[in-house]
Structure formats: structure tokens, C-alpha cells
Design a protein around this ligand. Structure first.
Ligand code: FES
Length: 197
């Protein structure tokens, strides 16, 4: 258990059994897709908003929803990971640490955590190089592709790396940060594809 109360052995082991976020099981292979509250196939085809109940999502855990055929990463970040994101020495390793490329996030996510609410990260899980889906690698420990890995997303296709705000590291093929989709948060309900007016 770390200082945020995160059980490290649990956060990669989510299993969505009933359609609601947060039911737990021993999957441990990949971050689960959320099946909850999906609109009809017809509505999905025209890009209808998708709702996700995040009430059971624990610190450090991520689930994947789907919107307009794209994986949507929904991650609840710890205080520790938020501190890393704000560290100036860490930001010096990034291509666009202040998210100045405006096409990659809505205005309300143009901030130091790229989020409406610091804890909850919502990203399109689509690499900005050639469109593979990056892998969630939350562990803060050396990786074969980065000896100073602080947790983030790794795209195995051509080795692009992103931090836990979806910001791209220097020296990789991906040219820009992962995109933040339009979304809103009402209590424990995240709606992707719809914004607060
Ligand atoms: S598609 Fe991700 S690195 Fe090429």
C-alpha cells in the first residue's frame, strides 16, 4: 500500500462484470473495457455520447470505454502521480508539457493535469503516431524503453511514450500529446462526447 492508499497489486486487476465500473476480479492481463450504459449500435454509429459510472474506480486504476470506435482511457490518478506531472525536471522531458497544441484537448483540459478534475484523466487511447493503442504502464520503475520511467503509456508499435497526462516524451515517433475527448463529469458519472454548456 503506498501513501495514497493504493493497493499496487489490485490496480491492474479490474474486471467489469455487470457493466458498472469497479467490480473486481482476477483478470490481470489487460485493462478492461467498460460495457456500461453504451448506447444502441445505431446511436454509436453516429457518435452518441457514452456514460461511465466512475464511482467504484479506485486511485491508480484505469478502465477503457469506447466512443466513436475509439478506446477511451479513464484513469483515477494518485497524488503521487499528479506531483510527478507537475515537476519541472520531468516536464523538461516532454514535447508539449503545457499542452499548447490546442487541437489535442478542449480548452477546459488546457491545464497542468489535462483534466476537468485533477484526479480523473480521460484520454483517447490512440497513439498520435500511426494510431495504435498505447499500453497502460503505471509502475514507477525502470522499463526496457525508459530507465527513468515514472508511469505512463507505452505504444509498442514504434516505441512512443506518454506520461500519465497523455503528454508525449521527446525523442519518440509520436508528434503530439494524446487527445483528450470532449467530456463532462456530473458527480460520479463521466459522459464522453458531451460537454457542459
Ligand atoms: S503507432 Fe504508436 S509509436 Fe507508432
Amino acid at each position: 500500500m503506498n501513501q495514497d492508499g493504493v493497493n499496487e497489486s489490485r490496480r491492474r486487476f479490474l474486471y467489469i462484470a455487470t457493466g458498472a465500473v469497479g467490480a473486481v476480479g482476477a483478470v490481470g492481463v489487460a485493462t478492461p473495457f467498460v460495457k456500461s450504459w453504451f448506447p444502441s449500435e445505431k446511436a454509436k454509429a453516429v457518435g452518441a455520447p457514452v456514460k461511465v459510472d466512475v464511482s467504484s474506480l479506485r486511485l491508480g486504476e484505469m478502465v477503457i470505454a469506447e466512443w466513436r470506435g475509439k478506446p477511451i482511457f479513464v484513469l483515477k490518478r494518485t497524488k503521487e502521480s499528479l506531483a510527478i506531472l507537475r515537476d519541472d525536471a520531468f516536464k523538461a522531458r516532454l514535447v508539449d508539457p503545457e499542452s499548447d497544441v490546442v487541437s489535442q484537448q478542449p480548452e477546459y483540459a488546457h491545464n497542468d493535469t489535462r483534466a476537468l478534475s485533477d484526479e480523473l484523466l480521460v484520454l483517447e487511447g490512440v497513439c498520435t503516431h500511426l494510431g495504435c493503442s498505447p499500453k497502460f504502464v503505471p509502475e514507477v520503475e525502470p522499463q526496457s524503453y525508459d530507465a527513468n520511467w515514472q508511469g505512463g503509456f507505452f505504444c509498442p508499435c514504434h516505441g512512443s511514450r506518454f506520461d500519465l497526462a497523455g503528454r508525449v516524451f521527446k525523442g519518440v515517433p509520436a508528434p503530439s500529446n494524446l487527445r483528450v475527448p470532449p467530456h463532462r463529469i456530473d458527480g460520479n458519472v463521466l459522459t464522453v462526447g458531451e460537454e457542459t454548456v
